[in-house]
Design a binder for this molecule. Sequence first.
Ligand SMILES: *[C@@H]1O[C@H](CO)[C@@H](O)[C@H](O)[C@H]1NC(C)=O
Ligand SMILES: *[C@@H]1O[C@H](CO)[C@@H](O)[C@H](O)[C@H]1NC(C)=O
Ligand SMILES: *[C@@H]1O[C@H](CO)[C@@H](O)[C@H](O)[C@H]1NC(C)=O
Length: 316
Amino acid sequence: MDSATLLFFLLMISSLCLGQSVNNLFRLKCQPAVGVIGQTTNIICDMEAETVPIVNTVVITKIGETEPCFTFNRRDDLVIGDPRFQHKNVPSLQLENTMISDEGDYSYFIRTSHGKEDIRFTINVTAKYHEPVISSKQKELVSGGAADLYCNASGGYPAGTINWFDGSKTNWTKNAVLQITPGDDGLFTLSSKLNFKSFDPIWGDFQCIVLNSKYQEEGRSNSNLQIIGTLDNPRDPGNDSMMKNIVAATVVIGSLIVGLLIALLLKRRRFQQLRRTSAVPFLRDNEPEPVYSEEENALNEPFYKKAAEADQNIEV
Ligand SMILES: *[C@@H]1O[C@H](CO)[C@@H](O)[C@H](O)[C@H]1NC(C)=O
Ligand SMILES: *[C@@H]1O[C@H](CO)[C@@H](O)[C@H](O)[C@H]1NC(C)=O
Ligand SMILES: *[C@@H]1O[C@H](CO)[C@@H](O)[C@H](O)[C@H]1NC(C)=O
């Protein structure tokens, strides 16, 4: 191949490329649309062009279906198809009252004053799960006994998952079995079962967390389990609290008795002291009574008298 032929080919290729870009003076682009069930979904599209083209025709068809779901023709001012589609800001569209069945890939055909384009875009649909509810198969949970905990969350889309944690934030999810059930309305119910052969109250309050399909949290719930008795004594819920009551009563009565004894003792000591202060103010209990001279006794006589009077007034 000589250089002349090469040049010829290059010219041909470049003219082909040029021809195509002349044919299409704009580009249509649509962002992937994510809608919420029951709400309006924005399908945001725009045209990249030097000057804004005039839209003449729009035809939207869901991939896999033969009939378009939306057709707009400017010349006849004609709109056909699903009335939930709004076209106030073409090429952007709005889809009212979004449904699960709207999810999927779509073809978007557009004809404008600057040419035509046929692109694809997707609509994804979501619905938030209701608050999860924790329940247990057993009517009464027994320490050391079997336990089947359920965490159920309904009304969500797409399918999500459930994680379990105990009171000290230990991840129990690996031990759980998740069941995903679609309802008649297409929305999912998640049911996660955490099964224990021997339940230990030391684990504390269990918590389940509902995550959507993107692993974002959508809700959580605490088990607030009531654990009744032990395996040997399952039907004796009062056992523990009764014991506590007995202990409390013993403490109260005991301290009352001790208090009374101390009061009595103090009273007795005061009388004894009163009798002795006259002679030796700081006489201890088991010290022998000191011997006093006549003069000392005479000096102390008035105090003895007083003590004796006090003794007479006491009724024991
Ligand atoms: C839309 O959903 C499909 C599956 O139905 C998924 O593959 C895709 O990643 C989703 N797109 C967005 C934007 O969420
Ligand atoms: C949760 O789901 C399980 C399994 O589907 C079911 O047995 C249980 O009754 C459900 N619990 C509640 C509170 O709905
Ligand atoms: C808990 O365990 C599950 C399953 O092993 C895992 O997918 C999840 O990321 C864990 N969560 C945390 C917070 O560690």
